[in-house]
Design a protein around this ligand. Structure first.
Ligand SMILES: Nc1ncnc2c1ncn2[C@@H]1O[C@H](COP(=O)(O)OP(=O)(O)OP(=O)(O)O)[C@@H](O)[C@H]1O
Length: 220
């Protein structure tokens, strides 16, 4: 028995000769807000993407809710990611051809929700993130802060148990970044989601329950 939601043991990941993760072990509890900090190139993004089941480490173990991620088939991991995880990256990565509400509804559509209910739920999240008026706008016409709020709505729309965020405010000025963070923390508080966030901003890290600092592919 364990109350750890995510558990990583001796995780290693290399890109060619670059050892990005050199034996990382970490436990994350349900609902915990964790900040991953450290210098550029220390392996923060690689760790986040590995914990989220997006990158496959070549050694070590990562478990989610007692299940080893590497025991799951690719299809099972994709399903787990879609149902349990929300991911938001530095530049939001919205689909440019879709409107804001279509972007937010996308994870629900992939889970075969009916279009009308997906649309309704997506609009609800946009409104909660103070972006209801942007529903029918395409990403190219949004400011950076607006696009990040839409990306956050998309990460939250499935009510994930974990939100993985890689420098979600990195492309924003202080005010817009602050708004996105407040929205993220409020939403997580409401749903009980854990947050695993890469940041180089000390003020952001200070809001987390715990900070782990990466250095040269290990936790310092
Ligand atoms: N796709 C890739 N191909 C080759 N090398 C990579 C790749 N992604 C990351 N690396 C290398 O792996 C190491 C760790 O990178 P990672 O992006 O995880 O660090 P980071 O701490 O998130 O850095 P930053 O703060 O600059 O985003 C770096 O040396 C980086 O150059």
């Amino acid at each position: 028995m364990t109350d750890q939601l995510i558990s990583a043991r001796a995780v290693r990941k290399a890109y060619g000769r670059t050892e990005a993760l050199r034996g990382v072990s970490l436990d994350i509890s349900a609902g915990e807000k964790l900040a991953i900090t450290g210098p550029s190139g220390s392996g923060k993004s690689t760790l986040l993407l590995s914990l989220a089941g997006i990158l496959r480490p070549e050694a070590g173990e990562i478990s989610y809710d007692g299940r080893r991620l590497d025991d799951l088939s690719e299809a099972e991991r994709t399903r787990l990611r879609r149902r349990e995880f929300g991911v938001v990256l530095q530049f939001g990565q919205l689909v440019p051809e879709l409107t804001a509400v279509e972007n937010v509804a996308l994870p629900l559509m992939l889970e075969r929700h009916a279009r009308a209910s997906a649309d309704r739920i997506a609009r609800g999240w946009l409104e909660r993130l103070d972006a209801g008026a942007l529903a029918d706008v395409v990403p190219g016409e949004l400011s950076g802060g607006e696009a990040q709020r839409v990306a956050l709505a998309r990460a939250l729309v499935t009510s994930p148990r974990v939100i993985f965020a890689d420098e979600p405010t990195g492309a924003l000025d202080t005010v817009a970044g602050e708004q996105v963070l407040v929205a993220l923390y409020d939403a997580a508080k409401e749903t009980g989601a854990a947050i695993v966030m890469v940041t180089h901003d000390n003020r952001v890290a200070a809001r987390a329950d715990r900070e782990v600092r990466m250095l040269d592919g290990t936790i310092a």
